[in-house]
Design a protein around this ligand. Sequence first.
Ligand code: HEC
Length: 223
Amino acid sequence: MSELTFNKIAGAALATGLAMIGLGQLSAGIFGSEAPAKPGYLVEVVEEGGSEAVVADTPPDWGTVLATADVAAGEAVFAKCKSCHSIEAGGANGTGPNIHGAPGRKPGSHAGFAYSTAMTEFGAKQAVWDDDHLYEFLKSPAKYIAGTKMSFVGLKKQDERINLIAYLRSQGGTIPVPAPDPARAPAAAVVAAPAAGAAPAAEGAAAPAAAVVAAPAAVPGAK
Ligand code: HEC
């Protein structure tokens, strides 16, 4: 290959390259490259074990389940929250607010923390964090309070949420444990028998009977 031919080929290759770079910049200029409107990510938590069966996940009868909840297990679950929340009295705010005494506290009210508008608005209609609201919020924060700053995917497992709520209550919570309510199905029954959980306030009879039948089936999957 003569030197001239080589130069021609090299020149053509160079020109093509320059043209491609030019096009790239041109298209970037035309179409722009916008940052996503809502940067951020969800902290994914891999739930080990457990089936993905579709179940009615309604809040349990707190008067019953809190009596036997495992506070130490709840403290272990709290490890998932620690990167963002302190829980000791007077603890510092971090990515999330200090949550000492959260059960019984007005949502979005802790001093010195810049809450999202979504959380502030939630606090305007919900007087205090009670068991039911914590249960639903911790299941899927962003689904329950759209626009919350709490970028945590949530806790799917019902027993983890119950134990965690028992632990949160033990750390300065101010709401009393309610009396057992037979109209609400016990936790195991809610997991195993959606019909029982969904039944609107069946006066005692139907729900507990279903619970007794369903409870043994729920045990293997529970731990
Ligand atoms: C990635 C950080 C992060 C993780 C992990 C996290 N949170 Fe939060 N949490 C936040 C932020 C931020 C807020 C404030 C939300 C807002 O303003 O919308 C918040 C709010 C809350 C609130 C409401 C507090 C109030 O004053 O109204 C509770 C209760 C709460 N979190 C509990 C938990 C629990 C329990 C866990 C663990 C299962 C957890 N959070 C995990 C960041 C986090």
